[in-house]
Design a protein around this ligand. Structure first.
Ligand code: BG6
Length: 481
């Protein structure tokens, strides 16, 4: 931040009565305030079309914080509540923003658009027309930015018409997660891994984001996007980039983002000829998850749909480091367990000096990065089993468990602090978003060309059979331990 920049005075949340604001943004701000991390004079203004006063807005948030039961404290709440205000407004129209303009009085402001992406462009245009997009204001938008490359470009262009790139913060909340940060530390704060972090020592990489929840109330949104656009275009490709990128020159925003862009450019694009070997779509039917029977996706809102709730993909990165190392990704709803995990599978030993029995015990080294529900990084190493009756080996995980027993921070806490500090390192640059779309579009277009409908899977299973065939074709398997 330039030293003569005026400090931010307001954080305005558009869509303040919605789910994201209620469950993530406002609680994050409360927890930051509880830890004394919010600037003293910062005011938070909720904006939505619903007409209510500030007292009702505060009461709603208080009820949510009490419901969460994570250390609600009346004294902290009173201090935080004094920062909160509410302004009913129609964000898409400059005249609708007049009351807000009165409150802000030209002060430096961050606008957080917790809105449908279809409203980003109109809101930015209205902010500029209402004189609210001054040089010391910033804008925060969330994925999915668009539905494909073309619509994403159109939204980015409209946003850029009001806020230049340095003032645009595109959130991918996975980048705010503790273990994602730790992956960067693991790679670049240790000498051990870098010499092995390539196709000489790594066999393949697996990235899994498995959820047990169904789509439920989010059906309207989800049915327009599906798992490919909802999860792969953003969270999964971001994780892939952080695993695959070259060491950046420093941890600065542009250095890191330049390296991620190079990975996205190196991703092999699929076409209708290769698509079926590289991708699998699935959609859950009824089944049992966590011991409870759950309905099919199409029964949740009662309509037919050809949207995928599961996707498995093989990605190949055509560069020197990764040639010949496939990255297998899968994500889905109503899978048997909640698990977000990256597995770096090293190659087997070139030659074993151990006898036949020990040979059976040998497992190739593996680095497992668990993002949730547990947060852990563990390295599977071979070890000698104690005993005197011949050599037997066993695999032992060397764990760097990150659980210190404290409250687990919401990923948005870190991201909100970074927007306040004007630090864009954990936000996604326009070219990253667009390159990710161009890769995803190739997959989506090939599905459309070949009329590939999602294959059914029973809720509580790891997707359709094709997901297993996808990886088994290369004589590997999903690591489901
Ligand atoms: C969101 C997706 O971006 O991420 C949801 O829209 C998904 O469909 C969610 O459930 C998963 O986030 P997390 O942090 O719970 O893994």
């Amino acid at each position: 931040m330039a030293s003569d920049a005026r400090p931010i005075e307001f954080l305005v949340i558009f869509g303040a009565t919605g789910d994201l604001a209620a469950r993530m943004l406002l609680p994050s701000l409360y927890f930051l305030d509880a830890d004394g991390l919010l600037p003293a004079g910062l005011k938070v203004i909720g904006v939505a079309r619903t007409v209510m006063d500030a007292a009702a807005f505060r009461a709603k948030l208080k009820a949510e914080l009490e419901r969460r039961g994570e250390g609600f404290n009346q004294t902290i709440w009173e201090r935080f509540a004094a920062r909160l205000d509410y302004c009913p407004a129609d964000a898409g129209k400059p005249e609708g923003l007049r009351p807000l303009a009165g409150l802000l009085a030209g002060a430096p402001t961050i606008y957080y658009l917790a809105l449908s992406p279809s409203l980003y462009g109109a809101t930015c245009t209205a902010l500029a027309a209402a004189g609210l997009a001054g040089d010391d204001c910033r804008i925060v938008i969330e994925k999915p930015i668009g539905h494909d490359l073309e619509s994403s470009r159109a939204i980015n262009a409209e946003v850029a018409g009001a806020f230049e790139e340095r003032r645009v913060f595109r959130v991918d909340h996975y980048l705010g997660k503790e273990t994602v940060q730790n992956l960067i530390a693991l790679r670049f704060a240790n000498i051990l891994f870098e010499p092995l972090w390539n196709n000489l020592a790594i066999d393949h990489v697996q990235i899994t984001i498995a959820e047990t929840d169904g789509v439920g109330e989010r059906w309207g949104y989800y049915d327009e996007y599906g798992a490919l656009r909802d999860m792969v275009q953003n969270h999964m490709l971001q994780l892939l980039c952080l695993v695959a990128m070259e060491p950046p020159a420093d941890a600065g925003a542009d250095s890191v983002r330049n390296e991620k862009v190079k990975v996205l450019k190196s991703l092999r694009r699929c076409n209708s000829g290769t698509s079926q070997l590289m991708s699998v779509r699935g959609q859950y039917r009824g089944g049992v998850v966590d011991g409870k029977s759950v309905p099919a996706y199409t029964e949740e809102k009662g309509g037919p749909s050809d949207v995928e709730t599961f996707v498995a993909l093989r990605a190949d990165i055509d560069n020197w480091r990764w040639a010949g190392v496939p990255f297998f990704m899968r994500t889905g709803k109503r899978l048997p367990e909640r698990r977000t995990q990256i597995v770096i599978q090293f190659k087997p030993l070139p030659h074993s000096i151990f006898g036949a029995r020990a040979q059976e015990d040998l497992i190739a080294n593996r680095l497992v990065i668990d993002l949730q529900p547990k947060e852990d990084i563990s390295l599977l190493l071979m070890n000698r089993r104690p005993g005197i009756d011949g050599v037997r080996l066993q695999a032992l995980p060397l764990s760097l468990s990150l659980d210190d027993g404290g409250r687990r921070r919401i990923a948005y806490e870190r991201l909100l602090l970074d927007v306040l500090a004007d630090n864009p390192a954990l936000f996604v640059r326009r070219d990253e978003v667009e390159l990710a779309w161009s890769w995803v579009d190739c997959v989506a277009d090939s599905w459309a060309d070949l009329a590939i409908a999602p294959k059914p899977y029973a809720a509580g299973n790891w997707g359709p059979a094709g997901a297993f065939a996808l990886i088994e074709r290369s004589e590997r398997t999903w690591l489901d331990e």
